[in-house]
Ligand binder design. Sequence first.
Ligand code: F6P
Length: 467
Amino acid sequence: MGRLVVVSNRVPVPDKKGTAPAGGLAVALQSALEARGGLWLGWSGQSCGEDAIGPLKTLKDGNIDYALTDLTEKDVEEYYHGFANRVLWPICHYRLDLAEYGRREMAGYFRVNRFFASRLLPLIEEDDLIWIHDYHLIPLAAELRRQGVKNRIGFFLHIPWPAPDVFLTMPVHEELLTSLTAYDVIGFQTVHDRENFADCLARQGLSRRLGESRFSVGERTFTAKPYPIGIETEAFAALARRAGETTLHRRMLQSLDGKSLIIGVDRLDYSKGLTQRIDAFETFLTRHPDNQRQVTLLQITPKSRSEVPEYEAMQRAVAEQAGRVNGALGTVDWVPIRYVNRSLRRPALAGLYRMAKLALVTPLRDGMNLVAKEYIAAQNEEDPGVLLLSRFAGAAAELKEAVLVNPYDVEGTADAMARSLAMPVEERRERWKGLMATLRKNDVFVWCDGFLTDLAGATLPRIRAAS
Ligand code: F6P
């Protein structure tokens, strides 16, 4: 198998201590590249004036070479804040009402993809397998093909692919769909996402379906298949076991003073269902008042994409809502919701997951949701906690033994919280065993191997400039 070249918008470059920032996509890919050796190219996170774009910034860490490019302020505004996060993100999460179309942003998105292609081109070697990630970079393979690249190129979408009636509302849907056909393998989180994609192709009459996962467009054939992403199951479980010895763990236990911990960990994003979750928690406390003063919800919610107006508005809304619930139900010595707007390091998170009797993973729509998987991996097998999981997270397709809820149904979710907290230990163990078996069977290495095996085996693309 040739060298692996990964391209993604964000690159989790290790800091001086060699620690990479946490996050699902980051953790998954770093393990893969470290094991195989390769190159990871992406945005440096820095923006500059039009004339100030310098050469790539490079760095080597173990088996991984990193290459980072700056973008101009205009690029970041149009490609990242504009089209990726104000059109593709809301559309893929079924929020047509939040999509803000602008010709300038659309043009910026395609321009920056061309720019990424020009930065990658001189670094590509003949046998490289190129693996492009996520919605920021959908047209990248088409750009590379236009510039003569013949390597095998794969694409993995970490977020949901919506139903055709939603996707086709986007003015540039045709260009996006066509550019995807320049890949050899297109990976989705779930069968449902792949079928939505296939329905979009069929609706547009763009391709022929040759088999469950094989499609053809003109002379090209490609694979479109679900590869549900996993975590480093055993490593995360070990991290959680060790966390009991830390000062943070002791301080947290002390501050709980015998109360049960409920945990939620999400980027501050409207797709995560935070307002519905807080409503459900408040309803749970009022409908099941025995739980008042007996439980604490720790909601860890790092701010995200604050330059995008919808996110800025949400920051205020969620903070006010948490404050209102605390004001209405809290007492002098009990705060129902501890609301924290910062990210924690992975060992600290693993320990908190292990301590929590219940995890609330209730997005309105989510590609996979690795918090759900990490929570399960972190549990103590003798006395495991319960995972309350939205039906609309990709993880629900795999994690059948979780307590599945509809996050739009506030009262139903509130009652599920009460049932979960009262669940007998035998049932918790039984559910956890099933969940853990799934996580062991389909960890991040299986995900990565599955995708790369298909990509390496893909028929070499016939050379045809993608239109
Ligand atoms: O998992 C989806 C994703 O958009 C990743 O591509 C991204 O790195 C992460 O969420 C965080 O978002 P952002 O890079 O916009 O801060």
